[in-house]
Design a binder for this molecule. Structure first.
Ligand code: UD1
Length: 371
């Protein structure tokens, strides 16, 4: 079988890595890796390939950033040519980014079998671009690989036949299991953005005594009013417990455009740093007291690590991290009281969902072999 695997944006890379490793040298499946180029910076893309040992993509569509319509259209145009040239038997997409939906749409219309890893997740919030991508992708995919039972239930409710659904666990946790020990040997030395200073989290400085933040959802950071409110809250919390924030380019750009840097600079323990590579980021999270985030993947990684996670969103497409894991969904005005609870040692803990154990890529390859 000739199988094209698609990767486009940062959260795709740690899902594609274990699959590429499990398919290496496979005697019946020929894997072709296509990078759409949705993310392109070394910090958002290149260093993940290097650290996770992902082979150089066979094809890079180099689409870059643009509006949703333009970016999606560019991916479709480029990917159609790839499918015409390569004539794959199947296309495997991961996650919920624009590249996921765009490539599924192309392959499906060309009659190529499509496989969606991370199918069935639903936030039921169509204001999130990712939710639209999930719905579109699952409406037309042929094979559905899920990370948790709630995703299976969602797909069944949408009339997907049970025999097309395979709950096989979490590829992101495969990457975490494979790399945690190595990640913990990296340094935690960071140059602060816009300040002529470096911090180093060392044996007695800060270990276990800081929070990690990530915020980049358009709903939180694209409007001046909500971003200003967030910056004020981050500042107040950082006076109780230091916060380390590897800033996503979308958030950084908005901070500059809305003139919020001066406010940030008033807080000595609000540490803004560049986006981190995979290893350092995992190291940073694994030594933290808690995570404060609006991301999807971090809810899963903290659940595996059993570190309290405060997710500042009204909903999550990953509810298993709340039912079983250490994740809590909170509102903006609950951040301070929730952080106080964690500081008092009363943060949420949980257990690891089924099959989140490092064996997902192997299970997926077994399913692929039977297609
Ligand atoms: C995308 C995904 C989101 C995922 C996130 C992880 C969609 C709809 N969204 O959102 O689900 O959680 O990636 O990062 O697919 N930029 C750079 N360098 C890069 C990439 C982007 O500077 O390598 C800047 C660009 O100015 C761009 C902005 O970041 O306009 C946002 O990038 P984009 O890919 O549009 O969406 P993300 O917010 O990253």
């Amino acid at each position: 079988m000739k199988l094209i695997l698609v990767a486009g944006a940062r959260p795709n890379f740690m899902k594609i890595a274990p699959l590429m490793h499990a398919l290496k040298g496979h005697n019946t499946i020929q894997a072709i890796l296509v990078h759409t180029g949705q993310h392109y910076d070394v910090k958002m893309s290149g260093q993940f390939f290097e650290e996770l040992n992902i082979p150089t993509p066979d094809i890079n569509l180099e689409v870059g950033s643009a509006s949703h319509a333009v970016q999606t259209a560019r991916i479709m145009e480029g990917f159609e040519k790839v499918c015409i040239d390569e004539k794959p038997d199947a296309v495997l997409v991961v996650g919920d980014v624009n590249s996921t939906a765009a490539c599924t749409l192309v392959a499906s219309k060309m009659g190529i079998k499509t496989i969606h890893y991370e199918a069935g997740l639903r936030s039921n919030d169509r204001t999130m671009p990712e939710e639209i991508n999930r719905l579109v992708t699952d409406a037309i995919s042929d094979v559905f690989i899920t990370t948790s039972v709630d995703a299976d239930e969602n797909l069944l409710k949408e009339n997907i036949p049970a025999e097309k659904i395979h709950m096989l666990g979490n590829l992101m946790i495969d990457s975490l299991v494979a790399n945690l020990a190595k990640a913990q040997s990296t340094d935690l030395k960071f140059k602060l953005l816009n300040r002529n200073k470096t911090i180093e989290i060392g044996t007695d400085f800060l270990v276990g005594k800081y929070g990690v933040m990530t915020f980049h959802r358009p709903g939180n950071v694209d409007e001046k009013e909500s971003l200003t409110k967030l910056v004020q809250l981050w500042g107040e919390i950082s006076e109780k417990v230091p916060l380390v924030f590897p800033v996503h380019p979308r958030t950084y750009k908005n901070i500059q455009n809305f003139g919020l840097q001066e406010l940030i600079d008033k807080y000595n323990q609000l540490y803004f740093i560049e986006p981190l590579g995979y290893m350092q980021f995992i190291h940073l999270v694994s030594r933290s007291m808690f995570a404060l985030t609006d991301s999807g993947g971090i809810q899963e990684e903290t659940t595996y690590l059993n570190i309290p996670c405060l997710t500042v969103r009204p909903n999550t497409e990953r509810p298993v991290t709340v039912w079983e894991g250490s994740n809590k969904l909170i509102k903006l005005d609950e951040i301070t009281s929730e952080v106080d609870l964690i500081i008092a040692g009363k943060g949420k803990t949980g257990k690891t969902p089924k099959f989140w154990n490092g064996g997902t890529a192997v299970r997926i390859v077994e399913v692929l072999e039977c297609l």
